[in-house]
Each structure stands twice: as C-alpha cells, then as structure tokens.
Write a protein that binds this ligand. Structure first.
Ligand code: Z16
Length: 833
C-alpha cells in the first residue's frame, strides 16, 4: 500500500485523543453528527429508526477503536490464534449487547432521552441478524461473546447471507415462509473491507506438470472464479477492551476473469452472466437436520473455507517465512462437518501452491483442525456424491481419495482391519446411487480431536455413529458440554433479575464468573427473598404477556403457569406429545363441574418454532397446535384455565422476552436424540423449571440443580433401542389412545390432514416413542400442577435452578476448548507502544 511521504505521529495521536468520550454530551454530539453526516438527515428532524441508526454508528465508532487496538496488539504479540469456522452465526440484535459490554448503557440512555428518544423503542428498530437455523448457529454466537470476554486471540469466519433465516408467517394455522432480506436499510455493525478479497475457484480440470526436481505438480485450471469480499463485525468482550472479529464473506463477480467473453462482442450478456457469482452467498439453507445435497450448498461451503484459508495463510505468512510454526500459531474449529472442505483445501494450498509435499502437508493439516459433532440423527449427516465433488472441485476430490487411500492402508497395516469393516470405515461409501463422500469421516480422520456437545451425547457418538473410529483412536474423543452467554441470556434480557442477583450476591462478578450464582442457594428458603424473586418473575411474565397481547389481543391470566416450548419443530423434539397432553387437559376440563374447575391449576401453553420448508410432518404439527389453540382459546367452558398459543416467527429477539417470562419449559426429546439443547440452559438461568427427559444437557443440568428441582420423566437413552424394536407389541396407555382419538375424530377439525401425524405415532411407526413415554409425561405434568399449588416451594426450586446453572456459561465451555483442544491462551489487552 502507498505510504504517506511523512508520518506526523504526534499530530496523529493527538487528533483522536479526545474524540470517543463517553459522557452524555459527547455521545449526543456523536449521535447528531451521524444523523447529519452518515444518514444525511437533519438534526432537527429524525425518526426513531434514524435515531437507532445514528446511535448504532456512534457506538460502532467506539467498537472500531477497540477492534483496531485489539488487532494491533494481537499482531504485535503473535500468539497462537483460534479460528471458529461456521456456516451459521445466529447473532440476533447487537445494539443492547454492545452498550452493555462496553459499559455505556447509562450514558447512551441519558443521551437518547435527552434528545427525546426512548431507549426501549430505539432498540426495537434493530432487525435480527439471523444467519443461522437454531442451536448450532446460536452456539457459535455465544462462543464469540465468550472468546472476546476471555481475551482470546480468536476470530469467527462465516458467510454474509443476504437472506437470513426465513420469516415465519402462520396463516390459518399453516406456515408460510417469507424472505428475510435483512440488509434493506443497511447494517451498521459491519465494516466492508473491499481490499480484503480473494479469488475462489470452481469446476474445471486438473493438469499435472513435471517439475525440474522430478516432482509432480498439480495445477487446477478452474472453469469459474468468483471473488470473496470480507465484511468485518466487531465482537466486544464484556468489561474488557478486547474486541474480536467475525469475518463474513460475500461473493462478488470477479473482475479479471474470462476477458475473452468480453471480447467476443456479447458485452451485456457477459456482465449479466458474471452477476450470477453473487448468488453463492444469497441465501441461508433453512434445513436444520436434513441433509440436502444441493450443488449451491456445496459451493457455499467451499466458498467459505477457501476464502477463510487464504486469509489465514496470508496472515500467517506476513509474520513467518516457513510453515514450520503453522501448527503452533493456528487452530481451526470446524462447527459440524459444514466446513470440512477446509481440510482438502489446506492440503491443496500447502502442496500445490507452497510445494510442501504430502507428508509435511498432512502433518500440518492434522495438527490444526478439530471438529465438533452436533447430532447423531443419521438424516443430518452430510454425504456428498463423489460425482458432484469431482465436477465442482476436481483437485479436492483427488486429495480426498488420497487421504482415504492412506487411511485405509493404515487401517490394514496398523490395526489389522479388513473386509466389510474396512468398507464401513472408508471415507468413500459405495451406494446403489453411486459413490458418496462421508464428510464426518473425513473430518474425523484429519482432525486431532472430535467432540460432542454434552456428556451423554459425547458418550453416544463413541458407541454409535463413530464406534469403529473410537476403537482405533480413543484419545481423539472429547466432551465439551455446551454453554450460553449469561451476558445476553441473563444480564441483558432480564434486568430485574440481574439487579436482584447483584444485590443479593453483593457483586456483579457473576456476569463473568457464573459459578458465583451458587451463592443464591443460601437464600432459597428465605421468605422475603422468595417474595422478591417471585416479584421479579411477575415483571418478566408481564413483558411476555404484553408481547402476546400485541400478537393476539388476549389478556393472559397472570396466575397461570406460563408453560413454554420454543425450538425448531422436529418429530424428535416431540412438540406433538406436548400438544397431545394439552388436548387431554382440555378434554378433562370440559368434563368438569364448576366446583371441580376451582381446583384446576391454570396454564398458558406457549409453543413456537420454525419448520424446515420441506419438512411436511413438522408443518402438520404446526397446524395441529394452531387447531388445538383455536378450539381451546374460544371455548367459554375453559375460560382462562387453559390457553394455547403458537408464537409465529420464533427468533433470538423473541427468545429474549419469552425465556425470562416462563415458569416452566419443556425439554422433552426422546432420550438419546437431542445432542445438548441450549435453551434448557437459558431457561434454567432465568429460574424457569424444566419438565424433561434425561437427554442432552438435561442430564448435567439435573446433576447441578438436583433432579428433585426438575420434573424428569421418560425412559433413558439406554432403554431406547430395545423399546424401539418392540414398538408394535407395546401396551398403549389408554390416556394416549384417548388423546389420539380426539384428534382423529375431528375434535379440532382437519382430521384428514392430521392422519399422517397419527400414523407416525402408531404401533411400529412410533420411532420417537411417544406412546411409550406418554404416561410418565402426564405424571410429570401432574407433579408440575401440584408444585404450583405450593408457591413457596415452586419459588425455592426456581431460585435453585438459577443457582445451579453456573456450569452452563459458554465462558466455561470456551475455557475448556482453549485448554484441551486449541492450546490458545488469553492475551489481555494493553495499549501497544
Ligand atoms: C443444530 O442446530 C443442531 C444440530 C445439528 O446437527 C444441526 C443444527 Cl442446525 C443443534 C442440536 O440439535 C442441539 O441439541 C445442540 O444444542 C446445538 O446444535 C448446539 O450444539
């Protein structure tokens, strides 16, 4: 880059010295400055949305200052860095989080109110950045917050989709998907870096050249090339100046490529052709657990890892002459198998572009990658047709074959494996439709570590999907129980509870040391404390009630249990079982005398979540919930003893209201199917009691909080395989049959439309064992009602839930990754010389 003739350091340091002050007047100045000069509006006339954008830009200035200092400091110290590679980051809103982490909430509030704007409304003007499906994407975002807060030299890498997770509209009970073009008014939290751009190649063919020393040199002559442009998103830590980076790539047409087409005379259609490049980063695939073998998706994956690896290698080379130190300077975490193509891509870069040779390249590659698995459901596991990989990425396919060939050799020679077992472990799977690449096996072979996301899940992957690999490489397997950031999921989303906890513990140190919540247990029996705790819950419930009032026009019964199940709609998560029990509860109330009704514990059942657009059963479940809701809510016999709501378009921002406002949350997946779950942790932190199975992180939550403070039911994961094989002979509980009959007989209408649902839980079809667990579920629901009748006891359990949730901070999770997998250390910021 061109340098100025003369750098006046003294002047430069002095100029911005007094710029980013955080007193109220300086903040007002900076907001008004952005109204005039960034938005080009008049300082005398700007609306709430403009106030949001101007305040966001003012905050962004402060983020950029910290980002610059942090990155200069990291570069200066050159420690080992960790890169979190993920196709999804479900960030939600940034404004409140940035205010809170920078510690400037108060002055901004005063600054805005002084200008005539209400902080609450200004915040609401921000749109969610929803570049993810669910748990996996939200986990990546929680991890960024923790990595920044722990001062780790870390970066996230992903894709800047133009359309995020679809907006869910429910009309007449049917889900409709609407595009989420979230960039309409611009996104103030990103910094475009037009100069940080890399070519990404696709298609074409590979040629071999003999080099002078007799070595074979592979050259990939691509058929298509697009440019990846960086967009940086600063991620501030809490109470530390450390501000890390989330670098998202956007596809742009490449300038220099295919000049020939331009010279053949068809200028306009050549340009239109090149526009197609941008479609690579157009849209997030909204399927959370079904593998869809779409070519565009494979393109997205390669696009992301290719740009990322070029960036990482370039950064490394800026400071190092050889690749010797690469594994001491770089760790890369693969968030599921989605970025697994990074493995052959790094091999290609080292071998073909840096001429390192197979042995050294493989040695380096296997030292830098580690991989997280997020599910044991077979339909989610990625398998790409060899024919497709070969066409799109011919050189990568060769490398994958080579990796597999050497792996198979090793199995034969070092482990004495042969025959069918060899085939069952091969990265390449032969099927009747052709050969497939098993991405999880590729990731496993090349990674130094693989981890599951909760203790039970990490145990299961060793026994089931990766059993043969565990037999030969037991030391590769680890557990890293998920966590969530208590900044967003307690401190920010539940201010009254934040205040009560801080006042009770006499410190706000829990915001960075969540274990301190233990200290609340000592107050669990204290009546006046219980009273305060209950008041805080009522406040949060009122916020949720007002959200539902806006949505439905209904006033909720504040004495009711707010009973919540919010998560992606999936058969294994058993929203169907939930709604069956609601149908039964409704039927029971209908048959009661007025006297009997006086004893009923009132409930507000809230269900929310998106169905993958092509997931027919999930869409029928949404319709069923809506149909039950319609009948129940309009039945005068029921009144406010039972209400059922399907909340449309469940997302991060809605969760921030729903989680604090819930009394009870449902985590009722068939044991062995939910890898971890992370909303269970958010609910526990906010004093919501769990009704759930011994699945995912529920198991560890029960260890921390005490099973007696939860409503645990259902069979354990160990019993599931045997029960599945006996499904058709199992005795069906009469209550279950009755609930099914209500739906089948058209009690809620749409009987024909619901018949595939009924079939899916009948006899041998009942894969997720609804019939089997139903009785035990109803029993747990009965215990919930009993508990609610004893207010003091319920509140005590609520306090103990929060008190026992300390383990589930993503700070703890990230600390473990850093120590046990990445080998990276905190680099507390100091002002660079
Ligand atoms: C996802 O969100 C998860 C798994 C997966 O294979 C794909 C997606 Cl998009 C979830 C798990 O279902 C959940 O149990 C876990 O808590 C979460 O990933 C984070 O690990």
């Amino acid at each position: 880059a061109p340098q100025p003739d003369h750098l006046n350091r003294e002047l430069l340091y002095g100029l911005l010295d007094s710029y980013l002050k955080n007193d109220v007047v300086s903040i007002q100045e900076s907001i008004v400055h952005h109204v005039e000069f960034t938005l080009a509006r008049s300082r005398y006339k700007f609306d709430t949305r403009e106030a949001y954008f101007a305040a966001a830009h003012s905050l962004r200035d402060r983020l950029i200052e910290r980002w610059n200092d942090t990155q200069a400091w990291i570069k200066h110290k050159d420690p080992k860095r960790v890169y979190y590679l993920s196709m999804e980051f479900l960030m939600g809103r940034t404004f409140l989080n940035a205010l809170h982490n920078l510690g400037v909430m108060q002055p901004y509030q005063h600054a805005l109110s002084g200008l005539g704007y209400d902080m609450e409304k200004v915040q609401q003007a921000e749109r969610d950045a929803a570049l993810g499906n669910g748990g996996l994407g939200r986990l990546a975002s929680c991890f960024l917050d923790s990595m920044a807060t722990l001062n780790l030299p870390a970066w996230g890498y992903g894709i800047r989709y133009e359309y995020g997770m679809f907006r869910q509209v429910v009309s007449e009970g049917f889900q409709k998907e609407q595009p989420d073009y979230w960039l309409t008014f611009g996104y103030p939290w990103e910094i475009q870096r037009p100069h940080v751009a890399y070519p990404v190649k696709f298609y074409g063919h590979v040629s071999v050249h003999e080099s002078q020393d007799g070595r074979q040199n592979f050259v990939w002559n691509a058929g298509e090339e697009v440019t990846a442009v960086a967009y940086d998103n600063p991620i501030p830590g809490f109470k530390t100046p450390s501000t890390i980076n989330l670098r998202l790539w956007a596809a742009k047409p490449c300038q220099e490529f295919d000049l020939e087409a331009f010279n053949t005379g068809d200028y306009v259609s050549s340009i239109i052709d090149k526009q197609k490049a941008e479609t690579i980063t157009s849209v997030l695939y909204p399927d959370d657990k079904t593998f869809e073998g779409k070519e565009l998706r494979l393109k997205q994956q390669h696009f992301m890892v290719s740009a990322t690896l070029q960036d990482i290698v370039r950064r490394y080379k800026e400071q190092h002459e050889t690749f010797d130190a690469f594994p001491e300077k770089v760790a890369m975490q693969l968030n599921d198998t989605h970025p697994t193509l990074g493995i052959p891509e790094l091999m290609r870069i080292l071998m073909d572009e840096n001429h390192l040779g197979w042995t050294r390249s493989w040695e380096i590659t296997t030292k830098v990658f580690s991989f997280t698995n997020h599910t044991v459901l077979p339909e989610a596991l990625e398998q790409w047709p060899v024919s497709l990989v070969e066409k799109l990425l011919p050189r990568h396919m060769q490398i994958i074959y080579d990796i597999n060939w050497r792996f198979v050799q090793e199995l034969e020679q070092n482990h004495g494996i042969s025959g069918d077992k060899l085939g069952s472990m091969s990265i390449i799977l032969d099927t009747e439709y052709g050969k497939m690449v098993r991405m999880a096996y590729l990731a496993l072979v090349a990674s130094h570590t693989v981890n599951g996301v909760a203790a039970i899940h990490s145990k299961l992957i060793k026994e089931t999907i990766f059993k043969e690999f565990h037999d030969i490489w037991p030391e590769k397997f680890q557990n890293k129980t998920n966590g969530v950031t208590q900044r967003r999921w307690l401190a920010q989303c539940n201010p009254p509870l934040n205040r009560l906890i801080t006042e009770t513990l006499g410190t706000e140190a829990w915001i960075t040391h969540l274990d301190l919540l233990k200290g609340l247990a000592a107050h669990a029996e204290d009546e006046t404390f219980q009273q305060k705790w209950a008041e805080v819950k009522v406040e949060a419930k009122a916020k949720l009630a007002s959200l539902l009032k806006d949505l439905t026009g209904d006033d909720l019964n504040m004495d009711a249990i707010f009973d919540v199940q919010v998560k992606r709609i999936h058969e294994y998560k058993r929203q169907f079982m939930n709604i069956l029990s609601v149908a039964l509860r409704y039927d029971r109330i209908k048959s009661m005398t007025e006297k009997e009704k006086e004893e009923v514990v009132p409930r507000v059942v809230i269900i929310g979540g998106k169905a993958a657009p092509g997931y027919d059963m999930a869409k029928r479940i949404i319709k069923l919930i809506s149909a039950v809701s319609e009948t129940v809510n309009n039945d005068p016999d029921v009144g406010d003893l039972l209400k059922v709501y399907f909340v449309p378009d469940y997302n991060v921002s809605l969760a921030e209201v729903i989680v604090p406002g819930s009394d009870l949350n449902q985590q009722i997946s068939t044991a062995g199917t939910e890898a971890s779950g992370t909303s269970n942790m958010k609910f526990a932190m906010n004093g919501s009691l769990i009704i759930g199975t011994m699945d995912g992180a529920n198991v560890e939550i029960a260890e921390e909080i005490g099973e007696e403070n939860m409503f645990i039911f259902g069979v354990g994961a160990q019993e599931v395989p045997a029960l599945r094989s006996q499904r058709e002979y199992l005795q069906v509980d009469p209550q279950f049959q009755h609930a099914v009959n209500l739906i089948q007989n058209g009690h809620f209408g749409w009987a024909d439309y619901f018949s595939p649902l009924i079939e899916s839980i009948t006899g041998s079809r009942d894969w997720y064992l609804l019939a089997n667990d139903f009785e035990s579920y109803l029993d747990a629901q009965e215990r919930v009602d009993q508990e609610w009748r004893d207010k003091a006891s319920w509140t005590r359990k609520s306090i103990l839930s929060t008190a026992g949730s300390g383990k589930f901070s993503s700070d703890r999770t990230i600390h473990e990754y850093a120590e046990d997998i990445w080998g990276v250390e905190p680099l507390p910021p100091t002002i660079p010389e």
